[in-house]
Design a binder for this molecule. Structure first.
Ligand code: ITT
Length: 198
């Protein structure tokens, strides 16, 4: 049986990606465990991932579950918006916006920006804590561009806007396996797993 890894995330899109990414590394995604909400107020992705990881670690201990866990903090930095939405990616424009509204806001803000200047980077910071309390981390980045309009039905969040470098399709137009070939999340997991085997 493969080792179960718990994930400190309530984001269904992330959870679905992790299920497949973890399986490729010989792990299995554990069931969602509710943990007290944390204010994601750290200065960077890694800091926010650590806050979520510690909160779930505490909850697992409280329940007497000894297992490895990961926490993911991620976001999109758009060069023409001085790196926004960045660590505020989940709530850019206000928490009350729907994802189509949030993507429309970004497209409106970039309306006058020519193709060559629509560059952006997806970031992912992962923090892991194993059953013995050892901490791990992994960072991943993917460069790309913001499309002129929404394209595709797959993925989640900003995927319909993001064209990874060298690609003419957005992440939302790709299968999960195709996205995993270049994604910031796959890269961060690869980096974290590499440190587990040292
Ligand atoms: P958790 O904290 O519970 O994991 P969250 O959605 O609040 O859920 P973040 O704080 O990490 O997660 O916010 C990152 C946001 O950036 C997230 O809501 C996504 O919409 C977006 N994002 C991150 N990775 C993405 C990806 O691979 N594709 C599209 N959008 C992504």
């Amino acid at each position: 049986m493969s080792e179960k890894i718990f994930l400190a995330s309530t984001n269904a899109g992330k959870r679905a990606e992790f299920a497949a990414l973890l399986a490729a590394h010989g792990f299995e995604l554990g069931p969602a465990i509710a943990y007290p909400e944390v204010a994601e107020n750290a200065a960077d992705y890694l800091g926010n991932a650590a806050l979520k990881a510690e909160a779930l670690h505490e909850e697992l201990r409280r329940r007497g579950i000894a297992a490895m866990l990961f926490a993911d903090d991620s976001g999109l930095g758009i060069d023409a918006l001085a790196g926004a939405p960045g660590i505020r990616s989940a709530r850019y424009g206000g928490r009350e916006l729907s994802w189509p509204q949030r993507r429309a806001l970004i497209l409106a803000e970039l309306a006058e920006v020519p193709d060559a200047s629509r560059t952006a980077t997806f970031h992912c910071a992962l923090v892991g804590i194993d059953d013995a309390g050892k901490r791990y981390r992994g960072l991943g980045e993917t460069r790309g561009r913001i499309a002129r309009g929404e394209r595709g039905e797959g993925g989640f969040g900003y995927d319909p806007l993001f064209l990874p470098e060298g690609e003419s399709r957005t992440y939302a137009e790709m299968s999960a396996a195709e996205k995993a070939r270049t994604s910031h999340r796959a890269r961060a997991l690869q980096a974290l797993v590499a440190t587990m085997h040292r």
